[in-house]
Write a protein that binds this ligand. Structure first.
Ligand code: ATP
Length: 363
């Protein structure tokens, strides 16, 4: 008779639907009542039709779909206690005390805060006669589990986040397509890829496509990067190469912290080498399309594990995030990972790149 709800929050990523499906089906399999919460925390605060019971059939034929069929949002109301009080009431009225949050570090932080506040929220709801004392006693513990959906692969504590592999597929498809036309006209293409302060997509995409030069935030080049870049590209052209591919991660900068944009790189190549240099900004294409086999299976494994972790949780257990470690799905303390992820973001902002790389580590 346990109630379990799943929702997606923050930016979307491919594979979130597969995770929703796995959470719901495992919940039904173990005898829970499963719910969707639509539009992330906003749906939890608003209640009504935003919280709907999920069935085995309602998650059929979604494993291959990109984005999230239950919607995602950023929600100001949930940042305030008044919003979380409404959300708590909406959950108690449906008997939901287990949550799977699929999002980034912000969404996971919000869930942890909600869990910590839960009993005081229920006290307040009982005091103002919104819930009964029976309801308060029956639903007095909230369990949460996190899954990380992000194309950036910027979350500490997991080898891969849900969506990263698919985004890489989008990137290499685009670079391969560009490379064939660049070859014909002996052009240089500068590709800007996403990742915020994380260079994973740029680095791995570049390795997979034989990029000639890659700018990533974690390893900023010296301010004389135009010399190094142009020497290298000129050398390759004189050795007979007919095209060049340069990848710029969106958060790239030089060692003094000056941002390096695709346009900065194009101008340098145009002025010094007189190449026909063009820019392609991949943008949201990277977040779209059908999830790869890897992301579908990763999300299925993580979703099923999330439900099992909730079923085994005790009032004293530490909330966990489901991670990939090597080829195993494992449970790791949620707030440790969130705090490390936020420390990495801070170090990157303060240009302490070596600290950021060390903090990110592997586990
Ligand atoms: P992405 O990586 O795509 O940005 P995210 O989960 O980090 O995903 P945020 O915008 O930081 O995205 O958070 C999503 C939502 O989570 C917020 O709109 C808010 O509703 C909730 N949230 C985030 N941080 C907190 C917090 N400290 N307290 C309460 N709620 C929060």
């Amino acid at each position: 008779d346990k109630g379990l709800a799943v929702f997606t929050s923050g930016g979307d990523s491919q594979g979130m639907n597969a995770a929703v499906r796995a959470c719901v089906r495992m919940a039904i399999y173990v005898g829970c009542k499963a719910y969707f919460i639509r539009e992330g925390y906003q749906g939890m605060v608003d209640g009504g039709d935003c919280i709907q019971e999920a069935t085995w059939a309602s998650v059929s034929s979604i494993i291959h779909r990109g984005g999230t069929i239950i919607g995602s949002a950023r929600c100001q109301d949930f940042r305030e206690r008044a919003g979380r009080l409404k959300a708590a009431n909406n959950l108690v009225q449906r008997g939901i005390t287990n949550l799977v949050v699929i999002g980034g570090d912000g969404s996971l932080t919000g869930a942890n805060l909600f869990r910590q506040e839960w009993s005081s929220l229920l006290d307040e709801l009982e005091k103002n006669n919104t819930i009964t004392s029976e309801q308060k006693n029956k639903y007095n513990v909230l369990h949460i589990v996190g899954l990380v959906g992000s194309i950036d692969n910027d979350f500490c504590g997991t080898d891969m986040t849900i969506g990263t592999d698919t985004a890489l597929h989008r990137i290499i498809e685009a670079i391969d397509a560009i490379a064939s036309t660049a070859y014909s006209h002996q052009r240089t293409f500068i590709m800007e890829v996403m990742g915020r302060h994380c260079g994973y997509l740029a680095l791995v995409g570049g390795l997979a496509c034989e990029a000639d030069f890659i700018f990533i935030p974690e390893m900023p080049p010296k301010v004389d990067w135009p010399d190094r870049l142009c020497d290298l590209l000129a050398q390759e052209r004189s050795a007979g190469q007919r095209l060049n591919i340069v990848i710029v991660a969106e958060g790239a900068c030089d060692r003094e912290g000056n941002p390096i944009s695709a346009e900065d790189v194009r101008k340098v190549i145009d002025a010094r080498l007189k190449h026909d240099a063009r820019i392609t900004v991949l943008g949201h294409v990277q977040r779209g399309g059908n999830p790869s086999a890897f992301d579908r299976v990763l999300a299925c494994r993580m979703g099923a594990e999330a439900t099992l972790a909730l079923m085994e949780a005790t009032p004293d257990s530490v909330p966990v995030v489901i991670s990939l470690d090597g080829n195993q799905t494992v449970r790791v303390p949620l707030m440790e990972c969130v705090e490390r992820t936020q420390a990495v973001a801070k170090a990157m902002k303060e240009h302490r790149w070596a600290d950021a790389v060390k903090l990110r580590g592997r586990s």
